[in-house]
Each structure stands twice: as structure tokens, then as C-alpha cells.
Design a protein around this ligand. Structure first.
Ligand SMILES: O=C(O)CCC(=O)C(=O)O
Ligand SMILES: [Fe+2]
Length: 246
């Protein structure tokens, strides 16, 4: 099995990080968010526990609604029916997080702004509980192509995912990336899993940027803490126009 840290670039500024994806499979923007900011958002996320969205029968949770979980559970209708409520919940409990993630997308791609995707939920928060399936076995191997329009995927138009780590796990829980690009299949072939790979390790406030067509997987983790991260998916719709969603 190949492994290479050259697949991961570490930078200390978000600006233009997108360009680095030409030669790396993941770019880590170190300490983009301050520990204080992350702690405030995490407090808000815990206070909002009663209104977390339960995904896959309570195996994982979100603040706000995430498209891929609804899509995979055949609940897309619920996702699209309650986008305003989803955004209101995120903003009430993690004030400023959605805008901060959109601002981050803009900086990463080098534009003055990135816009909310109309009719979709804005950036939100994933909560993976200790002892849950992701903690014990790791996440599913996947590409972040579910939310992209079919023609966007067909043309492999630019699309990215940004994950900001708000609360790290006690052990492990990094993001493994492979030197494997989406080829039209949702699940990787056995030999693709033997391609070069590397695992991104996160600190609080670090942001990981990946191309949405890159194979990736959350690694198993230990300890008693939830893994809490903010995510924005974004697609370049036109020259200079990037749209964001969760
Ligand atoms: O939390 C992470 O490191 C990545 C999560 C992920 O793959 C996703 O939200 O699609
Ligand atoms: Fe993903």
C-alpha cells in the first residue's frame, strides 16, 4: 500500500489554497479559526443538542441539515423543505459560522465572495459520537459528488469541500485521502484503495481543503469526546461564481 505525505500540503494562510490542489490531494490551512472561536461554536453545538438532526438512526448528528445524509437515507425532500429552518438553527447556535465558512471558500478560491446555493442548506456542523460506527470502523470511503449537478460532474467542473475541525478527538480521527479521482462510480474499486494515500491530522481550528472528486475517508477514533467539524461544499458555477452548501 502506498503512502505519502507529499499528498498533503500544509499552509498558514487560506488565500489561494485552491491552487495547491493541482499537486496535492489535501491542503491543510493551519489554525485558521482561533481556539476561542472554536470553543464558542462547540459550546453552542452542545447547547443545541435537542435540535441536532439525527442521521442514520442516530449513528451521527448534524447541526443543520446535510445533503448527503438525507440523500442516502431517501430523505432529500425533508432537506429541501426546511432549508431556512436549518440555516436559522445553525446561525442561532453557532453564530457567524455559516458566513465564516463562505468567507473561507472565497479566500481559498481567490474570489471576493462565495454565495449560498439557492434552495440548499448553508454550511453546517457534523457530530460523530465516541463509540459510534465512524469512531470504531471509520467512515465510508467516498467522493463528495452527491450534491453536484449531473452536468457539473460530467464535465468535472471545479468543486471543493472544506472541513474546519472545531473539536478534535482524543486519538486519531484524521481524514485519509487517496490519489484516486472519481471515475463515475460512487464506491472505490479494491485496487483503488491500494493507491497512494495519506492521512491528514487535525488540530483545533485547522481547515482541510479537498477536491470533491478525491477519494477520502474519516479514520476511526478513540476517547470520550465527539468529533465536531464544520463543513462547506462548494462548486464553481461560472467564472468567479462559487456556490456553497452543506
Ligand atoms: O470530517 C472530515 O474530515 C470529512 C468529512 C466528510 O468527508 C464529508 O463531510 O463529506
Ligand atoms: Fe466527504
Amino acid at each position: 500500500m502506498g503512502s505519502s505525505d507529499e499528498l498533503i500540503f500544509r499552509v498558514d494562510r487560506a488565500d489561494g489554497a485552491f491552487a495547491a490542489l493541482a499537486s496535492a490531494r489535501a491542503v491543510v490551512v493551519e489554525r485558521h479559526f482561533s481556539p476561542d472561536q472554536c470553543a464558542r461554536w462547540v459550546e453552542g453545538v452542545y447547547r443545541a443538542r435537542a435540535v441536532w438532526t439525527h442521521d442514520f438512526g442516530g449513528e451521527q448528528f448534524t447541526l443543520g441539515r446535510a445533503f448527503y445524509t438525507h440523500f442516502e437515507e431517501g430523505r432529500s425532500r425533508a432537506y429541501f423543505a426546511e432549508t431556512a429552518e436549518s440555516d436559522a438553527r445553525v446561525d442561532a447556535h453557532a453564530p457567524g459560522l455559516q458566513q465564516a465558512m463562505r468567507d473561507l471558500v472565497a479566500r481559498v478560491v481567490g474570489e471576493s465572495r462565495a454565495v449560498q446555493r439557492r434552495g440548499w442548506c448553508g454550511p453546517g456542523v457534523h457530530v460523530f459520537p465516541p463509540g459510534g460506527p465512524v469512531a470504531s470502523r471509520g467512515g465510508v470511503h467516498h467522493f463528495d459528488t452527491e450534491g453536484l449537478a449531473v452536468h457539473h460532474v460530467e464535465k468535472r467542473r471545479p468543486a471543493i469541500s472544506l472541513v474546519a475541525m472545531l473539536q478534535t478527538t482524543e486519538t486519531d480521527g484524521g481524514l485519509k485521502v487517496w490519489d484516486v479521482r472519481y471515475d463515475g462510480r460512487d464506491h472505490p474499486k479494491r485496487e483503488e484503495l491500494r493507491a497512494r494515500s495519506a492521512t491528514v491530522t487535525y488540530g483545533v481550528g485547522d481547515v482541510v481543503l479537498i477536491d470533491s472528486y478525491t477519494l477520502h475517508q474519516i479514520q476511526p477514533f478513540g476517547g470520550a469526546r465527539e468529533r465536531i467539524s464544520a463543513t462547506a461544499h462548494a462548486a464553481q458555477i461560472d467564472m468567479g461564481l462559487w456556490e456553497c452548501w452543506f
